[in-house]
Design a protein around this ligand. Structure first.
Ligand code: NAD
Length: 471
């Protein structure tokens, strides 16, 4: 990465000489990079470049767009170890897993689009009309820090495929992989101005991007609070929005399920990326008669997890991404105790020997009141809330009893019963008896978790407007 002090605008790396933002690693809290804290003028330049490039890019033959996406895929493959290393240090995911997920998912997602695009029907017949699916225009992409390249790829690849031009504002907390992406795209046949990246703070450059009249769509992943600001800003000039936001997903363990496997499946999902995953199964609903046993199993798992430097191959749980996140998660753990939940394992104190970094012990709360704040609000750390229920109806009511609806899980010895319960969950996806994650399935939220979908054809269609020619 040679360009961390620059923005990528109109096919050029443009020097930035103003304020910078420190990027930290989580093991010791050391500064590992400095990136531009760009101003509104830099963002406006990028938007103008994307606007100027739109007409020509929107009319390129699909084959040309596919060619660029193939070149991008090759670049992602070549630079995968560097991507894994950068994200592991910024975010805290153990290196092996970061290789599989943080570097691997962007490649996988790109492959799914390369498979799908040649046959995607960009026109279809309806009576005497030809219906055309046409790019929405300049797209502003704003992304968070937890899966920093994956979330960018889920926007950039389908937007390019659709014929849109792009201005990306990556997360200022974990921006390095976005610079790698810009360097890769710089080496492809992408015409200048089609992809632009400006690094900086949300309230400055992000704000310019979401309010600029030349931006016709904002595709956002991040917190519900920022999503709300974006929805309001977009309403003023009727921009399209796609919002992927927070979650408080429930895992419903039915009494006939294998308890040990269900608890393990739920808790390992909750701990993934140190709990910094929007779809994390952070609420585990178990029958009241199995509650204590579930606590014992989860407590045993928590106490056996090896914490440490994400670059150490033995580490199973790394640090959090930032000092702010550390404070937030510890405050929630203290709150859980104050609210009267039973602290089964973990706690707010720093793990021994890791006091300098952003580490949180894997924490399990039992007897959690479903209406308490730790059961309602997104904590975004390695914290599991175990909630007892009496009947299946009550379990479903609790599962659906937050403003969110991003993910969920059901475990049962009876697959049909599990599917029936899954079908009652007001959420964008449900993992039935440990079903595998599928990059071809639509991904997105109900309620406060989002508007729109990513992945596969659903992700592509967010970037397409529909035009009917009456013939
Ligand atoms: P965040 O909302 O603080 O920031 C996300 C992005 O928005 C960043 O690039 C930030 O700079 C920008 N931003 C902040 N304020 C802005 C403003 N006023 N105008 C324009 N842009 C602004 O979120 P975060 O802390 O980076 O990420 C964590 C959140 O993301 C969690 O809530 C998590 O659940 C959510 N998330 C959701 C998904 C999903 O697909 N549903 C995936 C990952 C993360």
């Amino acid at each position: 990465m040679n360009n961390l002090s620059k923005n990528y605008i109109n096919g050029q790396w443009v020097d930035w000489s103003g304020d910078t933002i420190d990027v930290h690693e989580g093991t010791k809290g050391e500064v590992i990079a400095k990136v531009p804290s760009s101003d509104r003028a830099a963002m406006e330049q990028a938007i103008d470049a994307a606007d100027a490039a739109f007409e020509s890019w929107s009319e390129t033959p699909l084959e040309q767009r596919i060619k660029v996406i193939k070149q991008l895929h090759e670049g992602l493959q070549k630079r995968a170890p560097e991507i894994a290393q950068a994200v592991a240090r910024e975010v805290g995911m153990p290196i092996k897993l970061a290789g599989m997920i943080q570097a691997g998912m962007p490649m996988k997602v790109t492959e799914t689009y390369l498979d799908m695009l040649p046959d995607y029907p960009f026109t279809e017949k309806s009576g005497n009309s030809e219906v055309q699916y046409t790019p929405v225009g300049v797209v502003g992409c704003i992304t968070p820090w937890n899966y920093p390249l994956h979330q960018v790829i889920l926007k950039v690849v389908p937007a390019l495929a659709a014929g849109c031009t792009i201005v990306l504002k990556p997360s200022e907390v974990s921006p390095q992989s976005a610079f790698i992406l810009a360097e890769i795209l710089d080496g492809t046949d992408l015409p200048k101005g089609v992809f632009n990246m400006v690094c900086g703070l949300g309230q400055e450059v992000g704000d310019t991007l979401i309010k600029h009249p030349k931006v016709r769509m904002v595709s956002f992943t991040g917190s519900t609070r920022t999503g709300n600001l974006i929805a309001h800003a977009a309403a003023d000039d009727f921009k399209r929005i796609a919002l992927e936001m927070g979650g408080k997903s429930a895992s419903v363990v039915l009494p006939d399920a294998d308890l040990k496997e269900s608890v393990k499946g739920t808790f390992m999902n909750c701990l993934m990326n140190s709990g910094q995953t929007c779809t994390a199964l952070t609420r585990m609903l178990v029958h009241k008669d199995q509650h204590d046993q579930a606590c014992e199993i989860a407590g045993g798992i928590a106490n056996g997890v090896v914490l440490g430097d994400p670059l150490d191959e033995n580490t199973r749980l790394g640090p959090l991404a930032s000092a702010d996140q550390l404070d937030k998660v510890r405050d929630y753990i203290k709150l859980g105790v104050e609210e009267g939940a039973t602290l089964v394992a973990g706690g707010a104190d720093a793990p021994e020997g890791l006091e300098d970094g952003y580490f949180v012990k894997p924490t399990v709360f039992g007897n959690v009141d479903p209406n308490s704040r730790i059961a309602q609000e997104e904590i975004f750390g390695p914290v599991l809330c175990i909630i007892p229920y009496e009947t299946e109806e009550e379990a479903i009511r609790i599962a659906n009893g937050t403003p969110y609806g991003l993910s969920g899980a059901v475990f049962s010895g009876d697959q049909d019963k599990a599917k029936k319960v899954a079908g009652k969950m007001r959420t964008g996806q449900v993992f039935v008896n440990g079903g595998a994650f599928n990059p071809l399935a639509p991904f997105g939220g109900f309620g406060h978790s989002g508007i729109g979908r990513e992945f596969g054809k659903w992700g592509l269609e967010e970037f397409l407007e529909v035009r009917a020619l009456q013939l």
